[in-house]
Design a protein around this ligand. Structure first.
Ligand code: PLP
Length: 317
């Protein structure tokens, strides 16, 4: 099976006046336990943790976090011990995501939302630094320059495997992945679709991070011409689902039953592309959609809103 596949556009989204081809890079198939972008974002952080002789690696995430899930799977294969700061109180029964994280040997530290917002400046972080020797901290979602550099490398891998496209599409949370792809010299054009509500100003952060990467040979102005940032595709807010999104997902899953999308990121990004195709507002002939993984996130939803359920490989173990 190729990691780049064709996608079928549901009839209700087709536009005969503007034919275009859609392909998907199946990043979700890359790594069985840490699929999509998360492993790429962790790569340079792990090298840095090794360089500074860290014993522990600690990071942050919510109870259904794809980042924590990937972090725990990757760390289980290393010598490092892991600590996860979990947003909000731990419930009497852990989420399926946190059960996997705990089973991978990661210590869970519940954290109030207030402390969580302070991130590296919180009392909890100070306390952990006192209690544990040599802790290396990875920002939420595996972000920062090191996270983006891993995604810059990923762009080269994807480009090497693929054909010629006039645009790539990627979804964004922190925007770290988008920055890395944007800093890749041979990038065609990039559409970045935010999963967050109120992300208007994130575009500048993505550009600045991309420009700051060691091998980025471009200025912010040049990068601006290589990217469109979409912040109106959240469908009601982060991890929320609108009726229109569910209708799209149903139609999409029927035509593309093997191309599972995740509920938080890829489904919304692709929905935006399809709507633009339908309205004749998609200017590209050959588009590559980059699947960033996240399928384990469906475990935070009721089964009746998951149209892929029949074809899905159950993430629960
Ligand atoms: C984390 C995640 C993203 C967002 O990546 P950022 O680098 O934070 O922008 C996108 N898609 C999926 C499936 C994710 O899990």
């Amino acid at each position: 099976m190729s990691v780049i596949q064709s996608l079928y556009v549901p009839e209700s989204f087709q536009n005969n006046a503007h034919p275009c081809e859609l392909f998907i890079y199946r990043g979700d198939l890359e790594h069985p336990q840490a699929p999509g972008n998360k492993w790429h974002k962790l790569k340079y952080h792990l090298l840095e943790a090794k360089r500074v002789n860290a014993q522990y690696i600690a990071t942050f995430g919510g109870p259904f976090s794809n980042h924590l899930h990937a972090f725990s799977a990757i760390l289980a294969e290393t010598e490092f011990k892991g600590i996860a700061i979990v947003r909000g109180e731990l419930h009497p029964t852990l989420t399926p995501t946190l059960i996997d994280v705990a089973n991978a040997g990661i210590e869970l530290w519940p954290c109030s939302r207030k402390d969580y917002r302070l991130a590296e400046n919180s009392n909890m972080v100070a306390q952990i630094n006192r209690l544990y020797p040599n802790v290396y901290w990875i920002p939420e979602g595996g972000g920062g320059q090191l996270g983006a550099r891993g995604c810059q490398d990923w762009a080269a891998d994807i480009d090497y495997l693929g054909d010629e496209y006039d645009a790539w599409v990627v979804s964004a949370g922190t925007g770290t992945t988008a920055s890395g792809l944007l800093a890749y010299d041979n990038l065609p054009y990039l559409h970045v679709v935010s999963a967050l509500k109120g992300a208007e100003s994130q575009s500048d952060e993505i550009l600045a991070l991309a420009e700051s990467l060691p091998q980025a040979h471009t200025t912010i102005d040049e990068l601006k011409h290589k990217m469109t940032f979409h912040c109106d595709a959240h469908e009601g807010g982060y991890a929320k689902q609108s009726k229109a999104l569910l209708a799209f997902l149903g139609a999409f899953a029927e035509l593309n039953p093997k191309q599972l999308l995740d509920p938080v990121y890829t489904s919304k990004a692709l929905f935006l592309v399809m709507q633009k195709i339908h309205r004749g507002e998609w200017p590209h002939r050959r588009t590559l959609f980059i699947h960033t993984g996240g399928l384990q996130g469906w475990r935070g939803y009721l089964p009746n809103v998951n149209p892929f359920i029949d074809s899905s490989v159950d993430g629960d173990k």
